[in-house]
Design a protein around this ligand. Structure first.
Ligand code: FMN
Length: 175
């Protein structure tokens, strides 16, 4: 069974991107793939020196190493990725090598975090990861889900499923 965890890219209180992350989590579960959240809230650190040795890195390391691929769901902050996401990733290095990664952008506006996705792909290459071409852009996030967490715009289903198909294809090939 494949294992594809979902990294939640922001710890912000009241974060809207959690709704998109939950939506993706259900899609991955439905595809009979083992998954779960790796939440930046659980891996926040204050400095990036000697991080491989700290307990949080030692807790995260085996989870990334075991993964067949990774999904990152992150908001766009000032046209980039949240600093705490980068610090979380910087705790590790080799554990990320050769993993396919799919990125889902989230924003309150219409672009769905597209600028963040482009930037984060470059960072992922530095980790020797394989960023996939597909992305899911969750725009107008504050209005995208109903109070039960159901997505209102049903066109997202096809996009999310196509994204996952591409990620799984790479995960199987790179395994
Ligand atoms: C510090 C900060 C910077 C932001 N910068 C952007 C931005 O560059 N582009 C954008 O579309 N939305 C931006 N937003 C708004 C987010 O799109 C909005 O908060 C959305 O709900 C997703 O982020 P969240 O998961 O933190 O809620 C910013 C929000 C914060 C808190």
């Amino acid at each position: 069974m494949l294992y594809i965890p979902i990294i939640l890219g922001t710890a912000r209180r009241g974060r809207q991107s959690e709704k998109a992350a939950k939506y993706m989590l259900e899609k991955v579960k439905k595809a009979k793939i083992k998954t779960g959240f790796l939440d930046v809230r659980d891996y926040r650190i204050r400095a990036t020196d000697n991080t491989q040795k700290i307990p949080k890195a030692q807790k995260l390391g085996p989870k990334i190493k075991r993964a067949d691929g990774v999904i990152i769901v992150s908001p766009e902050y000032n046209h980039g990725y949240p600093g705490e996401l980068k610090m979380m990733m910087d705790m590790l290095y080799k554990q990320f090598h050769n993993k396919p990664v799919g990125i889902c952008g989230v924003s309150a506006g219409g672009l769905g975090g597209a600028r963040m996705v482009q930037m984060l792909r470059q960072v992922c290459i530095a980790f020797h990861m394989v960023p996939i071409n597909s992305a899911v852009y969750f725009s107008n996030i504050q209005d995208l889900f109903d109070s039960k967490g159901n997505i209102k715009d049903k066109t997202y289903h096809e996009r999310a499923e196509g994204f996952l198909d591409e990620l799984v294809m790479y995960a199987k090939k790179l395994r």
